[in-house]
Each structure stands twice: as C-alpha cells, then as structure tokens.
Design a protein around this ligand. Sequence first.
Ligand code: NAP
Length: 327
Amino acid sequence: MTVDIFTKLNKNIEKMKAVVYHKKGSPDKLIYCDIDKPVPSDNEVLIKVVAVSINAADYRSMKLGLIPKRRIFGADIAGIIESMGKNTTQFNVGDEVLGDLAKFGFGGFAQYVTAPEKALIIKPTKISFEEGAALPMAALTALQAVRDKGNISKGQKVLIVGSAGGVGTFAVQLAKFFGTEVTGVCGSNNTLQTSSLGADFVIDYSKEDFTKGNRLYNLILAINGNYPILAYKKILTQNGIYIMVGGSISQIFKSLLFGWLLSFGSKKMRTVSTKANQKDLEFLAKLLEDGKIKTVIDRRYTLDKTADAMRYLSEGHARGKVIINIE
Ligand SMILES: NC(=O)c1ccc[n+]([C@@H]2O[C@H](COP(=O)([O-])OP(=O)(O)OC[C@H]3O[C@@H](n4cnc5c(N)ncnc54)[C@H](OP(=O)(O)O)[C@@H]3O)[C@@H](O)[C@H]2O)c1
C-alpha cells in the first residue's frame, strides 16, 4: 500500500516511490510512500535504481538513530544513469553503474538516487543488476580485511568465522583466490554452502568449538558471532593476525576493549573500516565478471516489502545477500 505521509510535497517536482524512515510510523519505522524525485547537483548524477542490497549498516544505523539526510537507507545500488550534473564527466546518460553510497548519504531504497561520480563504477554487462547490487559493501569489506589488514599471502591458513553471510561468502572466495587454505565457521544450514564456495574445511559451530582445537591460523577474520578474544589468541600462529570485521555488538565492544590482549607480542589485532573506492570496486567487479568469484543471493524482495527484508537481515541468519528489486 502506498502511504503519503509527507504533506509538503512540491507539486512542481516529479514524484517517485521510496522507503522513508519515519519516526512516528509503523513499528519498523520504514514507510513506503511517494516523495519528490531527487535532482542531482552540478557534481552528481541521477541514477534510476534497478536493484539494491541490504547491509547490517542499514539496520544498525537505523537502530542507533544515525538517519541519512533524506531519511532513506540503502547503500549498495545498481542502476542506470538518468541525468547528469553539469560538472560531471566520467559517465554518460544510459550507463549501467553500481556503487556503495554509505559515505554519500545512502538513499538506495528508492526509484531514484543521486550520487557523486566517485561513488560509482560501470557495471560490466555480464553482471546482472542484482549481482551488481550484491557486490559493493560486503565484497569491499572482505577484500580490505584479507588483503589490506590481513596481508594475506599464498599458503597461509585462514579462519573465517561467519562464513555464510554477505561478507563471509565473499571472504571465503577471496581468501581462496589469494591461494590460502580456508576454514569457514557457520551453522548447520550453511556448511554445504561454505564448502561449495571453496572452503577446504568447514566447522559447524553448533557441533564443534573451533576455539578448542589444536589447529593454528595465520589469519582470523571475525565476521560474525561472539567468541572470547583470548580463545582467538590461542589459535593464532606466532605473527598471526586477528581482524575484527563485525559480529554481535558485544563482540565488537570486547574486541575494542580487550584487543590489546591480542596485540601483545607478535600476534596482532586489527579492525577494518571499509572505505569504498573505484579501484577496489573495479577489481571486484572484474573478478565477478571473470567468474573468479560469485554473488550468493539468499532472498529477493520488492521495494514495498523493504521493511520485511530489513527485519529478515537483522535476525542475523541471512545466507548471503538480500536484494530489493525496484520495479
Ligand atoms: N567493519 C566494517 O567496515 C564492516 C562492513 C560491513 C559489515 N560489517 C559487519 O560485519 C558483520 C557481518 O556482516 P554481513 O553483511 O556478513 O552480515 P549478515 O549477512 O547478516 O550475516 C549473517 C550470517 O552470520 C552468520 N552467523 C550468525 N551467528 C553466527 C555465529 N555465532 N558464528 C558464525 N556465524 C554466524 C549466519 O550464519 P548461520 O546462520 O550459519 O549462523 C549468517 O549467514 C556485521 O556485524 C556487520 O556490521 C562491518
């Protein structure tokens, strides 16, 4: 159902459908409604959104009250350039693009969004819009964690805790791409998925406590779950690196408060804060185009069902990415 909650619509501006955060709205506070279609500034392009994927950043920002200026979440978009600001030079009207708009005001849960050119890259034609939307934030996080923070190198043993979600599915594939031996940790429902993505070993956390084994890892990516920092330290090799990517809020606090326990001596604790950039996005899009990695899409929703999609992702057990297709 379309709900028009904004009485101050400008009659002279074209309208679009969007999912807007509204404090006094329904329990999930996301309202599907008509609002003014955005107009790009001189340095922006206007994108007709075809698909958008959801990230933990969307529902966590909402919970923390970090509301984007236009009150529309959705960072990872794929779409078609509809018009261009007069100072833009990189793209043309009709170009198919993808990008991560988290640092540029979000806005993807809508039929149209504006963005600066530097947030976008050309979507290779071989990649679908859904795949293009699934890629940005999760794959950038996995890449920057393993390559930049983890200094990953061939032959290393890598442990990926939370191998089945958006970031984890890319992390498994990227760690294999860099020539390492990968162990993924996930629940029973996802062990087959993790091994099909290339993991050499899979640990089902409901059956086995991976922190109790004798196996040591050069690199540990803590993407999800909540495990003791000292248990991680025990299973790191000398000079091993533990990277805190995410997890429960309690895991994140523990890592930030007690991470120094890991950094004492030759073992290192690092955190990752993803920085979207065209170079890394192009690298990942090429891997996807060449079939070196793939996207794992769990569920698809339509724009009017965005609140349901956010609720599903926030339950913490999505198997890969959740996509919203804009009609
Ligand atoms: N640092 C950054 O810049 C950055 C960027 C992006 C994301 N993040 C963070 O990274 C985390 C993961 O993001 P995401 O997009 O991958 O989330 P997601 O897609 O929602 O992750 C869902 C997955 O987590 C797994 N999981 C849940 N509990 C687990 C446990 N105890 N042990 C192992 N796996 C478990 C689930 O697998 P099972 O169903 O098998 O349990 C599910 O497949 C979030 O906390 C997010 O905030 C950080």
